[in-house]
Design a protein around this ligand. Structure first.
Ligand code: ASP
Ligand code: MG
Length: 305
């Protein structure tokens, strides 16, 4: 189950996420992948750019990052979890401040920029895990860096698919049943342990890597739109929802930039033949869009309806 930035971006949608995951965890073994809180990655990118022209007020920026997360935490977490999250923010913000000063001094290398961009997911995931814990699940935050092995093309790293599959499978085998891991989207690391990012919007790709490595029954991609549309339904009222898509066709459309997902997001799913369901946290009762591999048994139902 992958939740994007808007799904974890307001108190109200975080509460929805908790309900949706609790429901699913009642009947399925779930892995949650989360993006950074909405707006945070954009601000991190901008901060990196402004550092290079010595145009960033570092303490003010760190204070903004802290406030953005703290406001959500105080709205959705129980008191004990709030103080635990305080400590996450203490450590995370101190590290962020050090990193920004390093970039200021040394100049913005691509490797340091990826370390900076990864802060968003590294702060959102502990929040979501604590929230799910408050909701009664055995949830824990997981940093995907040691699980997603990449090359050194910082900013849009290429994934070593075979190594990543092995790492994810070995990790998942050790998870106690009933445990719900909440994993950072978007980030990976090089063989020597340096943080990389998979390109903007990369959490979709992360989710696909986990779903395919684990041979998931399906990948649920949760956003604020109830499926894929022929056009953006927020601006075009003629746009119609696509109920079913064939995964292999969707893959080609996505590579042509027509589905608004990370370019590689469907690659691992085609290979492992894992269906995708695109759903909305605002309307979880709606079926959204189901993307089925051409050879999937449910295709018969899809074609009949
Ligand atoms: N937080 C990252 C971004 O905004 C990754 C993602 O949202 O998928 O690009
Ligand atoms: Mg994002």
């Amino acid at each position: 189950m992958k939740f994007g930035g808007t799904s974890v971006g307001t108190a109200e949608s975080l509460r929805r996420v908790a309900r949706i995951v609790c429901d699913a965890a009642g009947t399925h073994r779930v892995v949650v992948i989360a993006s950074a809180v909405g707006g945070v990655t954009d601000r991190l990118v901008a901060a990196g750019e402004r550092l290079s022209t010595h145009d960033l007020d570092v303490p003010a920026f760190v204070a903004w990052v802290r406030r953005r997360h703290q406001e959500l935490a105080s709205a959705v977490l129980a008191e004990a979890s709030q103080s635990r999250y305080e400590r996450v923010l203490d450590a995370g913000c101190a590290a962020l401040e050090r990193l920004l000063h390093t970039i200021e001094r040394a100049g913005p290398s691509e490797a340091l920029m990826d370390e900076l961009l990864a802060v968003g997911e590294r702060l959102s995931v502990p929040l979501v895990a604590l929230l799910l814990g408050d909701a009664g699940l055995a949830a824990s935050p997981v940093d995907a860096a040691p699980l997603v092995r990449t090359d050194e093309r910082f900013g849009e790293a290429g994934v070593d698919l075979a190594a990543t599959r092995r790492l994810i499978q070995a990790w998942h085998r050790l998870l106690p049943a009933g445990h719900v891991p909440v994993v950072t989207g978007f980030i990976g690391s090089t063989a020597d342990g340096r943080t990389t990012t998979l390109g903007r919007g990369g959490s979709d790709y992360s989710a696909a890597l986990f779903a395919s490595a684990l041979h998931a029954e399906r990948l649920e991609r949760w956003t604020d739109v109830d499926g894929l549309y022929t056009d953006d339904p927020r601006t075009n009222r003629q746009a119609t929802r696509l109920a079913f898509l064939v995964l292999e066709e969707a893959w080609a459309w996505n590579h042509a930039g027509r589905l608004g997902m990370h370019r590689k997001a469907l690659d691992p799913l085609v290979e492992a033949q894992v269906p995708v369901q695109v759903r909305s946290t605002l309307a979880p009762e709606r079926p959204g869009t189901l993307i089925l591999p051409a050879g999937h048994p449910l295709r018969a139902v899809a074609t009949a309806s």
